[in-house]
Ligand binder design. Structure first.
Ligand code: PFF
Length: 444
């Protein structure tokens, strides 16, 4: 492939990869899981999984993408032959499913951001949320969001994805930092920090906490479905992959952590912790606006910053999800980028309309993607690089100063630690996920 697109700078790649990683997962999903699973112990486990299994898998994805210079399906066959083609298909399927419901949630955030700007904070967030989260309103915003994502991806890697990410990431950082600083000035914020940072490890070893923390580490780093691999396929041959891994992982965790520093002080300072205690998908969309409304004038500004940060994060992540599917069509079917974006984007928007119409479908899709698809994808990938690929250690070292023994440790982690942890997690998450799917299908 001689005229494959490339990032115009290394910073451009970094912005796009961090843009993929940082998204609704860091703010909405991280906060609601932390609230639901009991605070700091969950955060500690999530950090552990990020380091122990997330970063090794990220480095594996970067290595395959950069080395093959192809979209995931072809990258896997390039390094592993025909037997590994189906794993590439699993990635495309996962991207398809995640984007379809992710875009619905992103649609809610656009709605909240726009209303905060033009109308103010809703006075009755509970009924507001039930009104806009499912049905025709949710559908319209979902389609609107998908149209924006398609409009960016169709412009290509450096002119579309990179340009948007390079502006979006600093902006998001600015929003999140300003809110975290403001939150620190609120009276009663201390109780929020205490809840967020004071680990009660009695909680941490409950199976469902472990399973959610592992799933969240994968989701948040955009792993297990070839998104990072796809972005790496547009890298120049000599980039330093271990360094990129540490930067992407560090910034992703840093922003999730900051999101906690903005959400929990606000929630505790305004005394609405009971609202998030029974955390569900929508809790933050109800509880936080309540807090914003109680803050008076400042609340509106905070609301604008908060929901804009969510929109920006969702956008750069959605771009990477669509790019997985689009690059598969461009490389595999020889379609033009324009045609691929049209076909992929509209089919994803169609699938997402089910999630827009019924929030239970959305919840189910999120469970299937996180507790099943991403983990199976990550497991198969680590087995591939750990056991089947020829000499991944030399491949990963290209362009990097890092010592060979360090990369041998990475290889061993992929061989043993990552598969063992993922198998354990899957063993516990698959039955409950399948039961949930079954229950829904038998009584929708
Ligand atoms: N990492 C994104 C987030 O935290 O919101 C979600 C995501 C994007 C998952 C891209 C998977 C992916 F391939």
């Amino acid at each position: 492939m001689t005229n494959r697109e490339q990032w115009s700078s290394n910073l451009g790649f970094l912005a796009a990869a961090v843009g993929s990683a940082v998204g609704l997962g860091n703010m909405w999903r991280f906060s609601y899981l932390t609230a639901e699973k009991g605070g700091a112990a969950f955060v500690a486990l999530y950090l552990f999984f990020t380091l122990a299994i997330g970063l090794p898998v990220m480095l594996a994805e970067l290595t395959l993408g950069r080395g093959a210079k192809k979209s995931p399906i072809l990258a896997l066959t390039h390094f592993g032959g025909e037997r590994w083609r189906s794993l590439g298909w699993l990635f495309v399927l996962t991207g398809f499913v995640i984007l379809s419901y992710y875009s619905v949630i992103a649609g809610w955030t656009i709605r909240y951001a726009a209303e905060a700007i033009f109308l103010g904070v809703p006075l009755n967030p509970g009924s507001k949320f039930s009104e806009i989260s499912q049905g025709s309103d949710a559908f319209i915003y979902h389609v609107f969001f998908m149209a924006i994502v398609m409009g960016i991806v169709v412009r290509g890697v450096s002119r579309g994805i990179e340009r948007v990410s390079i502006v979006a990431m600093p902006l998001l950082f600015l929003f999140v930092c300003s809110i975290a600083i403001y939150a620190a000035t609120l009276e009663g914020a201390g109780a929020g920090y205490l809840y967020y940072l004071n680990a009660d490890f009695a909680n941490a070893f409950a199976i469902d906490v472990v399973v959610s923390a592992a799933g969240q580490a994968f989701f948040s780093l955009s792993l297990g479905m070839g998104a990072i691999m796809t972005f790496a396929s547009y890298l120049p041959p000599k980039s330093d992959l271990p360094r990129e891994t540490v930067m992407i992982g560090g910034l992703d965790f840093g922003i999730a952590f900051l999101a906690g520093l903005m959400v929990f002080p606000i929630i505790f300072a305004l005394g609405i912790q009971a609202d998030v205690g029974e955390s569900t998908l929508g809790a933050l969309f109800v509880a936080l606006p309540k807090a914003f409304a109680a803050m008076g004038g400042a609340g509106r500004v905070v609301a604008i910053f908060f929901f804009s940060a969510l929109v920006v994060g969702a956008l750069t992540s959605a771009i990477s999800l669509l790019e997985v599917v689009v690059s598969a069509a461009v490389d595999g079917l020889n379609w033009s980028r324009k045609r691929s974006v049209w076909v992929a984007g509209t089919s994803i928007a169609f699938l997402g309309s089910f999630a827009a119409w019924n929030i239970e479908v959305l919840d189910l899709m999120d469970q299937v993607a996180n507790n099943l698809l991403l983990l199976v994808g990550g497991l198969a990938l680590s087995i591939f690089v750990g056991w089947s690929m020829r000499d991944p250690v030399s491949e990963v070292q290209i362009g990097s100063q890092i010592s060979r023994p360090a990369m041998v440790v990475w290889h061993q982690l992929l061989r043993w630690a990552v598969p063992v942890v993922l198998l354990f997690v899957l063993w516990h998450s698959v039955p409950s996920t399948l039961v949930n799917v079954w229950n829904f299908l038998s009584d929708p």
